[in-house]
Design a protein around this ligand. Structure first.
Ligand code: OAD
Length: 254
């Protein structure tokens, strides 16, 4: 297996780090078969919902209020698509990072649950998780893995009211405790990896800059350049399912 081109001092600094964090995006799950959001094959370009000007509008509280069944149909379709998919070597390598470093925080924008399935202990899921529902009236969050859902929109087993996907939609705030963990990870990390994300959705996109300003070595892994590429210490271009296993191997054998 050809090794990655990493300057020796940088690799040495990574190897000797005690506190490491990573932010992942849809690209990490692409090799498992989960569609990304942007780019040619992305969900936001190819999905059309009748009555909505742009597909992104479907991921808003206003859309859910207007047409909960249509919004649920989209999530039901995505849940059915993701259900049979498996974590790929990129996910598995991040579990390896967790074992290798004294402190490792995994922050993800992904809602597919594949990091947990791979074995990551406690990922900070910034945008929620597609396998959980939340009661609109009571706010109770419940795991629900049924695909396809027998009734759309699904109802709360406690109060009979409507439940929604436990996902952060455009225009909504992130859960404060989740944000706090993500910022803390970025502020305290000696090395911060930003992997498979277009780095355009806030506040996640700002985490690499926060880490950099706090003195971290920032390493990006992506197929292409992104808005953060110009400020990272190392840009590794290629599929995360190939790069991450190589990186883990280099770290473990250094
Ligand atoms: P995007 O679809 O915006 O970006 C995916 C990124 O992954 C791109 O930069 C690709 O170049 C890269 N990529 C694709 N395949 C890859 C691979 N095999 N290895 C490495 N990189 C690869 O996805 P996100 O940045 O995650 O929010 O999008 C952020 C948020 O926007 C999502 O969480 C979602 C969306 O609206 C919500 O749904 C709340």
């Amino acid at each position: 297996m050809a090794l990655l081109e990493i300057p020796g001092d940088l690799l040495g600094a990574i190897v000797n780090s005690k506190n490491v964090a990573a932010l992942t995006g849809a690209g990490v799950s692409a090799e498992s078969g989960v569609p990304t959001f942007r780019g040619k094959e992305g969900l936001w370009r190819n999905f059309r919902a009748e009555g909505f000007a742009t597909p992104e509008e479907l991921a808003t509280p206003e859309a859910f209020e207007r047409d909960p069944k249509l919004v649920w149909e989209w999530y039901d379709w995505r849940r059915s698509l993701i259900a049979p998919l498996k974590p790929n070597p990129g996910h598995m390598s991040l579990v390896g990072f967790e074992k290798r470093f004294e402190q490792f925080t995994l922050v993800t924008q992904n809602v597919d649950g594949l990091h947990r399935l791979a074995g990551s202990a406690d990922p900070v899921e910034m945008h929620g998780n597609i396998w959980y529902t939340r009661c609109v009236d009571e706010g109770t969050v419940r795991e629900n893995r049924e695909t396809p859902l027998p009734r759309l929109p699904p109802l709360c087993p406690e109060c009979g009211g409507m439940v929604r996907p436990h996902i952060v939609w455009f225009g909504e705030s992130l859960q404060p405790s989740i944000l706090e963990r993500a910022y803390k990870a970025a502020e305290e990390a000696e090395v911060f990896f930003i992997i498979g994300t277009s780095a355009v959705v806030q506040p996640s996109a700002s985490l690499a800059g926060i880490a950099k300003n706090a003195g971290a070595i920032v390493v990006e892994i992506n197929l292409e350049s992104t808005p953060v590429t110009g400020m990272v210490d190392l840009s590794l271009k290629g599929p995360s399912g190939v790069i991450l296993p190589k990186l883990l191997k280099m770290i473990e054998s250094a």
